[in-house]
Design a protein around this ligand. Sequence first.
Ligand code: KG4
Ligand code: ZN
Length: 333
Amino acid sequence: MIVLGVESSCDETGLALYDTQRGLLAHALHSQIAMHQEYGGVVPELASRDHVRRAIPLLRQVFEQSGIAHGDIDAIAYTQGPGLAGALLVGASVACGLGLSLDKPVLGVHHLEGHLLSPLLSSNPPQFPFVALLVSGGHTQLMRVDGVGQYELLGETLDDAAGEAFDKSAKLLGLGYPGGPAISRLAEFGDPGVYQLPRPMLHSKNFDFSFSGLKTAVLTVVKNQTTNICEQDKANIARAFVDALVDVLVAKCMNALKHTGMKRLVIAGGVGANKQLREGLNAAAAKRRYQVFYPELEFCTDNGAMIAFAGAMRLQQHPEAAKRDYAFSVRPR
Ligand code: KG4
Ligand code: ZN
């Protein structure tokens, strides 16, 4: 079965072709980061318009790369939500328009399921069952995953997502967008322990998170500076922020593994690209003989491959899930 995947939930247009026999045939991505950078964050209307501009050229690209014909695909999967409404509508209309013209069935995919299954695309994929930590710009969730479609939410953030905390704290430090990679790079030059930031809910007896207090603590430190904040101080704050956030994420993952009795941990979503988080998780897991799995770096952040893959996995179980019903709707929340 060959599935075309279309991702357009936020600021990345991603197209991909996944074959259940041969694996990933082709994928193409356009990131809008440079376009949104001057505004310090994603501008929804600009995002939608750019998806319109990019979708068809990227579609051509994946068909050229793969060498297959349009008629060779079996279904089209698109991100139905969550995400920006206008941006989602572009991907949905591309998918459904193409489905209608090629007489191929279409299927809406949950963006988070795409992220969740993305580590299975790697050269060293995890076996089910596993505990998954989903850390993106919009979500922070711990899940028990017993198979495709068998997900149990163990806990999630009560306020800001981890990526959101990165982005907002980066803004407070005058760093660019997206904040995650910028803070992470700067933190490498910071001295540990110069600033102490809170580790929210570290000792709570559940698997929930809260990161808005951490961001507020960064704001307080920045405000309390009597002189202009120097580069070394910025790096020290970045270091304190990353250390606090990583401590919480690592501790909760270890608790979830212990609680479920599982041995495998899977990390997905944009923050999963974070170097310090990977180091922290690897060290903690090695001590306890757990295995940690990550998506390939290029599939940590939004992409079409994870949507094509999640669509294909879903269709293998439920072929009837793809329909020749082209009256699409999106689910921003
Ligand atoms: O998964 P993703 O591409 O989009 C959502 O579905 O939200 O995640 C984007 C988030 C942003 O908040 C970005 O700052 C963060 O992932 N991010 C990182 C890194 N790369 C991306 N955070 C920390 N370290 C990174 N290296
Ligand atoms: Zn995402």
